[in-house]
Design a protein around this ligand. Structure first.
Ligand SMILES: Nc1ncnc2c1ncn2[C@@H]1O[C@H](COP(=O)(O)OP(=O)(O)OP(=O)(O)O)[C@@H](O)[C@H]1O
Ligand SMILES: O=C(O)C1=C[C@@H](O)[C@@H](O)[C@H](O)C1
Ligand SMILES: [Mg+2]
Length: 170
């Protein structure tokens, strides 16, 4: 059973905060993007370019289901993993944390978007579209939400850790 599952858009800091949170709790951090890359032996960008987004989503769905079933620590999900209805249903059995980030800060954090294939083209416009489309999904799945704008990853990890103490595991 996971201790917590971290969701949010690109640049929210899921991987960064997930690693810090796991360290402070003395558990392992896992990241579905890293799992897909390890299993496939190629980067997410390469998967998108060579095999297409749909193929990536199939791999991602399997990696997330596996991690949700077997991981005992903190699990950070790829930004789009929550769009899958089966994944949404699985998440109901876990404590879900939404890391919220505003448009301008997300744009600053991802920089030129290198390594994030969904942002190719106009980074700001793509992030805006992703935030608009997905914010309600993240909100609806989350047991609680932590704002990340203007705060360090360590501060955010600390707030998540405190909030987890208030939320019983399902
Ligand atoms: N609170 C923060 N303040 C400033 N910079 C941050 C913060 N959190 C993360 N970052 C930086 O933003 C970038 C993106 O962080 P990270 O890779 O953890 O995001 P992510 O949510 O996992 O994104 P993705 O969905 O692409 O995997 C990194 O360079 C990281 O150092
Ligand atoms: O928001 C998304 O759809 C994505 C986010 C990243 O974590 C990766 O999973 C991939 O770049 C797609
Ligand atoms: Mg990440």
């Amino acid at each position: 059973m996971t201790l917590a599952v971290i969701v949010g858009p690109m640049g929210a800091g899921k991987s960064t905060v997930g690693a810090l949170l796991a360290e402070s709790l003395g558990v392992l951090a896992r990241d579905s993007d890293t799992d897909v890359e390890r299993i496939e032996g190629r980067s997410i960008s390469d998967i998108f370019v060579d095999s297409g987004e749909q193929h990536f989503r199939v791999l991602e769905k399997a990696a997330v289901a596996d991690a949700l079933a077997s991981h005992d620590g903190v699990l950070s999900l790829g930004g789009g993993a929550v769009l899958d209805p089966d994944t949404q249903a699985l998440l109901a059995g876990h404590r879900v944390v939404f890391l919220r980030v505003g448009l301008s800060e997300a744009v600053k954090r991802v920089g030129l978007g290198t390594g994030r294939p969904l942002l190719l083209g106009n980074v700001r416009a793509r992030i805006k579209a992703v935030l608009d489309e997905r914010a309600p999904v993240y909100e609806s799945l989350a047991d609680f939400t932590v704002d990340t704008d203007g705060r360090t990853p360590a501060e955010i990890a600390d707030e998540v850790r405190q909030a987890l103490e208030q939320v019983a595991r399902p």
